[in-house]
Design a binder for this molecule. Structure first.
Ligand SMILES: N[C@@H](CCC(=O)N[C@@H](CS)C(=O)NCC(=O)O)C(=O)O
Length: 199
């Protein structure tokens, strides 16, 4: 499988971490591309123009990150990142969706914030900041019950937090959400996160 990623994308990082955690990292032909290259080549592969996107040996194309991560986990003969059945499966997928939603809100808020004065909408920034803070509050309350080692839900949440911190979208979040921050400091020590930190 060939997988197109950019260095700072929290969604691409999910796939990289999931591959690392399942021991499949070296099986993937990683295509680390710039944002400029992404704009040039990705729309020809994924009509949405987004990374991550994977091309299988068969030529089939997979996107987006939850699909690629589920595919990686399907190749995994060890402990699964996504439980195959039962309530735990739906809990993991829902936590993954919450992490993805946090990542989307953080990206939208930070992109809007960077627009030039007359084009910037405070309403958009505030709406995305509201989603971000609501997600962080729920995650802070849930952090004590997070799986260790992490499953797909925790991986998604940590990747979103990594991007949020990298762009400093919520200054001082570690003080406001201390249980989440304590968990985050722990998960960052895993090789899978050390090896995939935003640059
Ligand atoms: N839901 C998608 C989101 C992917 C996404 O938003 N990727 C961003 C990078 S973080 C991207 O490629 N954006 C380029 C664009 O929107 O044109 C996923 O989970 O993979």
């Amino acid at each position: 499988m060939k997988c197109y990623v950019t260095g700072n994308s929290p969604f691409a990082r999910k796939v990289r971490v999931a591959s690392y955690e399942t021991g499949l990292f070296d099986e993937v032909e990683w295509q680390m591309i710039t944002r400029e290259k992404r704009a040039e080549i990705i729309p020809g592969i994924n009509p949405l123009g987004k990374v991550p996107v994977a091309i299988l040996e068969s030529g089939d194309v997979l996107f987006d990150s939850p699909v690629i991560c589920a595919y990686v986990d399907s190749l995994n003969n060890g402990p699964k990142l996504i439980p195959e059945k039962g309530a735990e499966r739906w809990a993991v997928l829902t936590l993954e969706a919450l992490g993805d939603g946090l990542g989307e809100a953080v990206i939208a808020a930070s992109q809007e914030d960077q627009r030039p004065g007359e084009k910037r909408s405070q309403g958009v920034v505030d709406r995305q900041a509201g989603k971000t803070k609501a997600a962080l509050a729920v995650l802070d309350a849930a952090a004590g019950d997070f799986n260790d080692p992490p499953l797909m839900g925790e991986i998604s949440v940590a990747c979103a937090l990594g991007y949020m911190e990298f762009r400093d979208v919520v200054p001082g979040w570690r003080d406001t959400y201390p249980k989440l921050a304590t968990w985050y400091v722990r998960i960052l020590k895993r090789q899978s996160f050390i090896r995939t930190a935003p640059d």
